[in-house]
Design a protein around this ligand. Sequence first.
Ligand SMILES: [Zn+2]
Length: 396
Amino acid sequence: MSFRKISADKIYTITSSPIENGVIIIDKNGKIVSIDSIYNHDKSEIEIFDGIIVPGFINAHCHLELSHLNGVAQTGTGLIDFISQVIKNRNHSSEIIQQAIEREEKNMIDSGIVAVGDISNTTDTFAQKRKENLHYYTFVEYFDLFQEENTDKIIEQYDAVFNELSETTKNKKSKVPHANYSVSRRLFEMLCHSDLIEQKTISIHNQETPAENELFQTRKGDFIRFYERIGFDTKHIPYTNNSAIHYALEYLDKQNRNLFVHNTLTTKEDILATFDVLNADATFWATCPNANLYIENRLPNYKNFLETNAQVCIGTDSLTSNWQLNILEEMKTILKFSSYLDFETVLKWATLNGAKALGFADSLGSIQIGKTPGLVLIENMENGILTNKTTSRKII
Ligand SMILES: [Zn+2]
């Protein structure tokens, strides 16, 4: 059996302190066989890289099927106008859609992403996913916009999407609610009523815009106006007199891994209330900072997550609200705007926490013996800091 020996300035395993003068030994399948001192090996056998080596990145939130829509939405319009622009622009030929999906999957792989938590409203990405170039957790997303007379039809429609994808080791899937502001009580009940054979990951868009909290706290604001504008009845929108996440907490199940996405407005109280209902170890908070800046021009207060020991992971969201699907670029944005965070903390968000959120931590997320995490080289850091010039590429 042939082995490769890989070294660089530093190796970040995630589960130990960074290693200098280390070498990672991998077998031909990319499995980590050993992590050793460089001095125990003949230098001529070692591939030495300039930069640091980290495990493959996990993109915890993406909409790969929207890849052809890059640039259709204007920046800074706020979530509701953004949604309207995306809905208006969803008609394209399947050839254009497929090309964009293939192109962006390749970009993700080249930049070091090894697994994706991917939202699907259609079957558009499934042919690409069946090639198993990446690990995917596909979230087939259900929403009825509180029109309960349509809920049965909606369920039928998305069940058909869900049934099109077969599960394998690299392709996991679950049925998920889209967001607090788009799922009726009836739909929530039907989605959450499932006999659990295995622990699943349930993703939900959460507290992305101030109007979402306002909807549940006051039953007023931009979401009510949005529903009225499109001629939809608002009578089934619940009035909980509480922040938006409390609505989802009535239905989410502590037996699952639960993945809240965006959390731009999420407070410490919201996080602690979540931990009262759900298992903190199996609760994850995906941040998509570039999408937040693109749409709403604001970021979450990450201190709320640090101070509650909440597990943060990182997503790119879709190309409708981002300039690229690249986790290193998300890390740069987080660190640029949040000086209280350090590189190692955010690297864990980008790797191990995402792998745990998607249920892939047995094989991905950290450089440990027996795992096949993929190895990523980060080049052109300056004194341990990410700069505009810093890049990442997959080497294993
Ligand atoms: Zn999203």
